[in-house]
Structures are given as structure tokens and as C-alpha cells.
Design a binder for this molecule. Sequence first.
Ligand code: MF3
Ligand code: CO
Length: 249
Amino acid sequence: MGIVIKSPEEIAIMREAGRIVAKVLQAIAGEVKPGVKTRDLDAICVQELARHGAQSSFKNYHGYPAHICTSVNDEVVHGIPGDRVLREGDIVSIDVGVKFKGYQGDAAVTLGVGRISPEAKKLIEVTEGALHAGIAAARQDARLGEVSAAVQSYVEANGFSVVREYTGHGIGREMHEDPQIPNFGERGDGPILRRGMTLAIEPMVNAGGWRTKVRDDQWTVVTADGSLSAHFEHTIAVTNGSAEILTVL
Ligand code: MF3
Ligand code: CO
């Protein structure tokens, strides 16, 4: 389809969609504690979306059965909310996608459940830092490869690895638009970023090796070596200055 440039009016709607994503994430984050079931977090999303007149982008996407993704410990992405009970020391990645007035917002955070290990805490901090390194590189006239390289070098300098089989993506009327945004690569790779591009940047970072596999449920992506994994994502707009983060309050 090619990369779609958005008008200021379209970006204004995406700002509203992004704000709803941030509100849903905030509401869910307030309930992440030992003893909570992942399906309870999905229910919070349903409640918040109803309040805002928005839809989940994930529900029924290629048959996906829930409204959010909840990926615990060695689960990388696409964990399906269900009867799993969160325990002290777990980490859980919450991914929320919202459709509002015909436009999409997509963001994710990884949270600790109660007290977590120093290694888990470092993994979360490095993954969030990598997202912000990528966002800082997403400037008009830069190549997309600068974003990918910034994420990769930040993660690897901290001793972790970036997942290679899943990427970020352009976003707009569709949740997944061109271009794909790998979390690894060379600075000179990829298209040149232009004002009005809207992108979902989403590093997935493993404490061990980068390889993943998919569980028998055909959705849940887990680390091949069983190591912990974290995921942070924002939807951003490329501007003539620093990129604007759309998935914020
Ligand atoms: N944030 C994820 C993505 O960008 C969400 C997809 S989950 C799915 O691909 F359920 F919708 F597939
Ligand atoms: Co995404």
C-alpha cells in the first residue's frame, strides 16, 4: 500500500485515539497486583473503551479472541487474557490498540507485579529506554534505519537482545500500515521519514537470546530459551522537530 502521510486534521484525531489508549493503560496499570487474573485486565479495557466510545483494534483481528494482550514473564507479545493469576515477582506486558473515529492508536507497557527481581527491573528500564531512543531518532529527513539502529544499540549495550521476528509498523486508518519498523538494522536502511508519517515503535527485548516461538494457542509468542521479555510501544507522529508521542494523556 505504501506509506500514508497524514494531514494535521488526521493527526488531531489520532491524538484523541492515542489519549484513549493512554487512559486505558493507566486504568489497567492501577489494577496490576498479585492475585489479579489477566482476564480482569481485559475487562477494565472493555469498560474504559465503552466510556470513551472507542473500539478495541485487537478483538477479532485475524480471529484474536480478546481486547488487549497480556504477556507474562517469558511471553513476548500476544498473550491472551484468561484465568492466569498474576503473582508477586511476575512482569506483565500490556498491549492496547484502540480505534476511534476511524483512526488507530497502539501502545504497550511492561509492569512489575509487586516486588520484582533486579534483573526484571533492569529489563523493563532498558526496554522503555530503547523505545525512547528510537523515538528520539524518528526525525524528519532521517532514515527509518536510524530508529532501528538506535533501539538495537541501546538494548545490546545493556546486555539484552532484540526480538527479530516481530516489528513495529506504520499506523493510521489501519493498525498495520507500511513501513515495517524492525528493532535492529543499519542507519542507512529504509525509507526517509517525512512529516505526517505516523508510526508505532515497539521494541520487544529478551533478557536472553532473541529467538522466539509461538505456543500451541497459535498466538502467544514466548522466548525460545525461557528468558524474561519486555515490550514498550508508542504511536508517534513525525513532525518538523522532535516526534510527537500520540499515546499519552
Ligand atoms: N501491538 C500489537 C501489534 O502492533 C498488537 C497486535 S495484537 C493482535 O501488532 F491481537 F491484534 F494481533
Ligand atoms: Co503495534
